[in-house]
Design a protein around this ligand. Structure first.
Ligand SMILES: C[S@@+](CC[C@H](N)C(=O)[O-])C[C@H]1O[C@@H](n2cnc3c(N)ncnc32)[C@H](O)[C@@H]1O
Length: 293
């Protein structure tokens, strides 16, 4: 069983469902409106349990999930929502050992999820033009123990990326279509490109630029809608409010040497994304070798 260690981030949850991220430090105290909890009473103890303040008020102390970390870190920019972050991790085919570029770093929400995914052998190269944003992201990554897996770079990406042959590249900034030549330089053949933009006119500009760049196939535009439910067995129903819109996700693959203009986007007009269950050409499972006669 994993025990709480000094320096570890824990999540403290009150009965009112208020959540606080706390980095454990010997000798320190957590002051709440219901009394005090000493860090020393948590260090060396298991997580996933109830603890009480000196006034006897109960809190839950648990390990924070990646989704909670993304949501609860300090921020000075718009951060990506966990629903979009987690989908991006699979769409960019990220796992331990992969090398991925992102820009801009912002508050480091996506950065920390990327780092958790590619560590311990992979690397995140994160570019940011604003020094204040980078400073906060560095502090967030330091607190979450993920800084060793990230190279933070202070630069406008118009000047290009230092890395080449990276496995994936993700852009979360206002005009992603302006940087496709730089993206092409950095991505390996077959590498995964992704971007998030909040408005449909930005999607149009990006898709148009991806097509014109001539080396991006499988251009797809998607949006994720997540509807939370009230988990009350006798009155199970959706929450009254939901986050209706976060952003549009655009994905593509880099094809070395460019591709014939009749490819990729001509297909996209007829077919939707890759979930084509009804498609007669669609055969789930791995390709089987034909039996030798
Ligand atoms: C929406 S925030 C990124 C949020 C981040 N993905 C997160 O989850 O915390 C966009 C960031 O891109 C940065 N940015 C905008 N244009 C840039 C450029 N050309 N080069 C580098 N960074 C840029 C901005 O300074 C801003 O911090």
């Amino acid at each position: 069983m994993e025990l709480a260690r000094e320096g570890m981030l824990i999540l403290l949850v009150s009965r009112e469902r208020k959540q606080r991220l706390i980095q454990l430090k010997a000798g320190k105290e957590i002051h709440t409106s219901h009394g005090i909890i000493r860090h020393d009473d948590l260090i060396g103890q298991p997580l996933g349990r109830e603890v009480r303040t000196h006034l006897g008020y109960p809190f839950l102390v648990v390990e924070p999930s990646t989704a909670e970390l993304v949501r609860l870190i300090k921020r000075n920019t718009q951060i990506m929502f966990p629903k979009d972050v987690s989908y991006v991790l699979t769409r960019l085919n990220l796992f331990a050992g992969k090398r991925v570029i992102e820009a801009g770093t912002g508050s480091g929400g996506l950065t920390l999820a990327l780092a958790r995914q590619v560590m311990p052998t992979g690397r995140v190269y994160s570019y940011e033009a604003n020094p204040q944003a980078q400073k906060l992201a560095a502090a967030n990554l330091e607190q979450t123990g993920l800084l060793p897996y990230v190279e933070l770079k202070l630069r406008d990406i118009a000047a290009g990326f230092d890395e080449t042959d990276v496995d994936a590249l993700f852009l979360d900034l206002r005009h992603p279509w302006e940087y496709l030549p730089q993206v092409q330089q950095a991505l390996k053949p077959g590498g995964f490109f992704g971007a998030i933009v909040p408005t449909t006119n930005q999607v149009s500009a990006l898709v148009d630029a991806l097509q014109r760049q001539g080396c991006f196939a499988f251009i797809e535009v998607e949006e994720l809608l997540l509807r939370p439910y009230k988990a009350v067995p006798a009155r199970l129903r959706p929450m009254d409010r939901m986050v209706a819109h976060t952003g549009y996700l655009v994905f593509a693959r880099h094809i070395a040497g460019g591709l014939d203009p009749t490819w990729a986007w001509m297909d996209q007009r007829k077919k939707g994304p890759f979930f084509e269950e009804e498609d007669e050409d669609f055969a789930p499972g791995f390709e089987q070798e034909a039996d030798e006669e």
